[in-house]
Design a protein around this ligand. Structure first.
Ligand code: ACM
Length: 635
């Protein structure tokens, strides 16, 4: 919904200093939005009235701090209910249409009122309100010469799903407490309410467990390498193991509190029995494999084979051994401390990609199978998962795991996170499990956002339009058991926080709109316009994002004369594509793409750029002809 307010046009004609477009560009799209005539201008002394309630105060403080930081105006938070610039009101009797997280926002020429049943709704009303203000509201310092006005509106809004998540992997690469808080703050602006914290994996154990000090003394540290993760050369013994880090229990409490103030639940994940090299490097006795005492925390060197055909297998054994009785007291200690740190009702136990080749050879596993009458390795994992669920439940928590745990026959009280497409979620819901949909095919935020010539290389691509097209209530799913959706950000190829932002945005905008807005409100064209407006907000807030939606898509075939013919397309409508084959940088005076083009005989490089309204967008895409040839020959 992009509308230019008449008043804004007038303002732009009469004043160049105060020219502020008042586009209404809210992500996620509200349920009902009605624009009224007029604008509300923030006074230089802003008062926010909020009930004396700790959680309402979170919303009021959040708003107050954003307003004062960017505007430089004085902000007073008061308990008085009338004549304030902004009133945050809890409904005396619940408005059933709003539920726990909905709100009503009214902006008139006189003031702003947000009503909600619960404080979370007030917080989401605040987020919408901030998106109605000029983009400079995102500035970290006082923005000068801004007319701090917003269009008059009446909005009624509430979420489609109660679980609106993003996952961040802090094991493959470590992100500091401050970076994690930033991530939570950024997601909360788009009404996400669940932060899934992937705390342990083969490359690092990131959470202090006081009774198991080696987990962080040893398990949090590897050797620093950069390049293409997964292909690193073998690590030498003399290289320093000083790369990584972990969160103390005090850090964890601080992050959980920070998230609470933004109405975000924190779901911790301890990924077992696979992905456990950091735990085994710390406590090798948890393995059943001889030689595990030599294992080290991985940096990104190859230790699992992923053949194109057939099942993956470990070159080293990164699994906790289900037949090893030391494993269960270990898990009990971990989950005892964990459950005291995280108030959220669920704990994620991983369960994905567990290699079985070492189990197959293990005498201890063979004995366990005989004793427990287990027929397959999946049943062995099922034995482990069932014992694990009893541990989790004994701490007063519910268990959730990746969809592999369904195959191993876990009980229907465990929730399933469907990542290998949607099949696992559909099947799980029909077996009575609650499900969270996070299919890699639509919402894996670590996948490349355009052609691999433009992005850090990973094994798959996922463009913004594909993410936006996702509908979580797939055919055949038991809709009642779909708790919501989640985007996952694995960090194998992500070495710094700026790249975390780049990978998350704009695809997380799409995830947010799918999770919050009614499906009937989804509209790709209007969404793209909003994304572009939010790019400007991110520029003002110094948040990185990917411009990949402007990159063209390349398709190539060989014609009957063995010439390469390239077809180009774009995700967005209305873009012009210009190209060169002579190594120079194309602009709008170069050949414009109108249909498939034949690669000239001696050309070595095709450069491509997209324009709109005579303005360049995004970046130059440099496609080697040798790469085109390779792709054409692959078919
Ligand atoms: C996963 O992506 N291995 C859950």
């Amino acid at each position: 919904m992009k509308k230019i307010c008449c008043l804004t046009i007038l303002c732009c004609i009469t004043s160049t200093v105060f020219c502020q477009p008042n586009n209404i560009s809210i992500i996620p799209e509200p349920v009902v939005l009605s624009q009224k005539s007029g604008t509300y201008l923030l006074p230089k002394n802003i008062t926010i009235s909020a009930a004396n309630n700790a959680e309402v105060k979170y919303a009021a403080d959040y708003l107050g701090s954003k307003l004062s930081k960017a505007t430089g105006y004085t902000v007073t938070i008061t308990e008085r209910a009338t004549t304030a610039s902004v009133e945050l009101l809890l409904n005396k009797s619940a408005d059933n249409s709003l539920g726990k997280e909905g709100y009503k926002l009214s902006v008139t020429g006189k003031n702003i009122i947000i009503n909600a049943n619960q404080p979370a709704g007030l917080f989401y009303g605040v987020q919408t309100l901030l998106q109605l203000l000029p983009k400079e509201i995102e500035s970290k310092t006082v923005a000068k010469n801004i007319k701090w006005s917003m269009p008059c509106v009446e909005i009624t809004d509430y979420p489609r799903f109660g679980w609106r998540g993003l996952m961040l992997d802090v094991s493959r690469h470590f992100f500091t407490k401050e970076e994690v808080k930033n991530f939570i703050d950024e997601m909360s602006r788009y009404k996400f309410n669940l932060f899934h914290w992937h705390l342990v994996d083969d490359e690092g154990w990131r959470i202090e467990i006081k009774r198991l000090p080696k987990l962080t003394g040893v398990g949090a540290w590897n050797v620093k390498r950069v390049g293409h993760f997964g292909d690193f050369k073998d690590i030498r013994d003399d290289e320093p193991r000083n790369n990584g880090g972990f969160y103390t229990q005090e850090d964890i409490k601080e992050v959980v509190q920070y998230a609470k103030e933004r109405f975000v639940n924190v779901l911790p994940e301890i990924d077992v029995p696979g992905h456990s090299m950091a735990a085994i490097a710390s406590y090798p006795e948890l393995s059943c494999t001889e030689g595990a005492d030599k294992y080290k925390v991985i940096s990104g060197e190859k230790f699992i084979e992923w053949p194109e055909k057939g099942h993956f297998y470990g070159l080293l054994d990164n699994t906790l051994c289900p037949a090893n009785e030391k494993v269960y007291p270990f898990l009990d200690m971990v989950f005892t401390e964990l459950s005291q740190l995280f108030p959220f009702e669920y704990i994620h136990v991983g369960g994905d990609e567990c290699a079985q080749n070492f189990w197959e050879k293990s005498d201890a596993i063979k004995a366990l199978m005989q004793k427990e009458n287990l027929k397959t390795m999946l049943e062995v994992q099922g034995y482990f998962e069932n014992k694990l669920e009893r541990i989790i439940n004994s701490k007063g928590k519910k268990m959730i795991g990746w969809d592999e745990i369904l195959e191993s026959g876990v009980s229907s009280s465990a929730a399933i996170m469907s990542w290998r497409g949607t099949k696992g979620g559909i099947e799980a819901s029909n077996k009575g499990h609650e499900v969270v949909m996070s299919p890699s095919t639509y919402v894996y935020l670590d996948y490349m956002q355009s052609d691999e010539i433009m992005e850090p290389k990973i094994y798959a691509s996922l463009r913004l339009n594909k993410t936006y097209s996702y509908e979580p209530v797939s055919e055949g799913i038991n809709e009642k058991l779909v708790k919501g959706i989640q985007g996952n950000l694995w960090t194998e190829q992500i070495y710094n926080y700026r790249q975390v932002q780049y990978m998350a945005w704009p695809r997380a905008f799409a995830v947010s709109e799918i999770a919050w807005s009614p499906s009937a409100k989804k509209n790709w064209t209007s969404f793209v316009g909003k994304v572009e407006d939010h790019f400007k907000r991110f520029d003002a807030g110094e948040i990185k994002y990917a411009p990949s939606m402007y990159d063209p898509e390349f398709k190539v075939v060989k014609n009957d004369k063995a010439e390469l013919t390239v077809s180009l397309s774009t995700e967005l409508d209305g873009l012009d594509i210009y190209y060169s084959f002579d190594n120079s940088y194309p602009d709008l005076f170069y050949p414009k793409y109108t249909g498939p083009v034949t690669v000239p005989v001696d050309a070595t490089l095709m450069r491509v750029i997209t324009y709109r309204d005579k303005q360049p967008l995004g970046r130059i895409n440099n496609m080697q002809v040798a790469e085109l040839k390779k792709r054409a020959e692959k078919k």
